[in-house]
Design a binder for this molecule. Sequence first.
Ligand SMILES: *Cc1c(COP(=O)(O)O)cnc(C)c1O
Length: 400
Amino acid sequence: MKTQDYIDIEDQYGAHNYKPLDVVLSKGKGVWVWDIDGNKYMDCLSAYSAVNQGHCHPQIGKVMVEQASRLTLTSRAFRNDQLAHLYEELCKLTRSHKVLPMNSGAEAVETAIKSVRKWGYEHKGVEPDKAEIIVCENNFHGRTLTIIGFSTDENARKNFGPFVPGFKVIPFGDAKALEDAITPHTVAFMVEPIQGEAGVIIPPEGYLRQVREICTAHNVVLVLDEIQTGLGRTGKLLAEEHDGIEADLTLIGKALSGGYYPVSAVLSNQAVLGLLKPGQHGSTFGGNPLACAVARRALDVLVKEKMVENSAKMGAYFLSRLKLIQSTAIKEIRGRGLMIAIELHTDSPISARQVCEQLMLKGILCKETHTYTIRFAPPLVITKDEVDFCLDRIRSVFEK
Ligand SMILES: *Cc1c(COP(=O)(O)O)cnc(C)c1O
């Protein structure tokens, strides 16, 4: 089959809920992927940061195959010999007290919402059914009905209502707005340390520290959605470390499996997850031995191969060189670690989509977010030569 054949079949039989670039991939290794014609590309999206460890990391692949031939799923009705290890390793690595494993990121978000509501009623003493959760404009926390109900992206919400009540939306990066929005019914504030899907929006210096103080002062649970920023993407294991704070609940997913399998988790202090009792929450696949074995190895290689340090180093180099590009089309270049974005002027002669299409022809795969921003988030195993390869191609698109 040719590229166009794959596209035609997908168009005919698939729901059109994505608009992919027209490249059909069949192989990956490290930062590189190959299409069905053998063309090689550098992956600068990393499946929205799910393959931080690089495509088909051999160590993760090995443990996946071994575990898959031994035991894959027990359900949580029985115990398995991987879950305890994952719990312990995750808690030690992230200095958490409790873990609740799920599959997709959205499920981790849903789990957090349920848990903080329960905490609000049973611990904080909020009146029944009055719990409020504060979130930010331009958030992205996933695609379930509850979650899109508090999205401010019209396209994500339109004609999917009615929505779940109990959410309040405030501007991102505005600590005063948080303080003003808190009421006796507020149980939690949920926020991304850097807004990824919104276009790598970095909040003002000191924001997260202020947020931490406000939440503590008002007995409000601080939930950080680190599903995209976590596990090395921003040059620290968790993005919260840049501000020297600790969330009460931290959500991770995506790279937790190195791209092999959907694995997510809620990391928590004792107080919040400690309230859940048998039967009150669960998932058939959550915490299964295959997922646990894969996640354990994905974390292990992240640490042992110093991918977090490499993200900080390569990210700083990438960003500093990117900023040297001369182009009237570019409004701003920003980033932290290997989470980097180029934002175009609204009257730019070239759209973000067109930049991505031109980069694809030069061997770089990346994806626009909204109309004006292009995100660069390669796997964290990228080398300096590979960053240079990428920079040359970006430069040639903008400087021509
Ligand atoms: C991707 C993402 C999610 C949702 O994860 P899924 O696995 O797609 O459900 C939630 N929050 C953030 C910040 C994300 O980037």
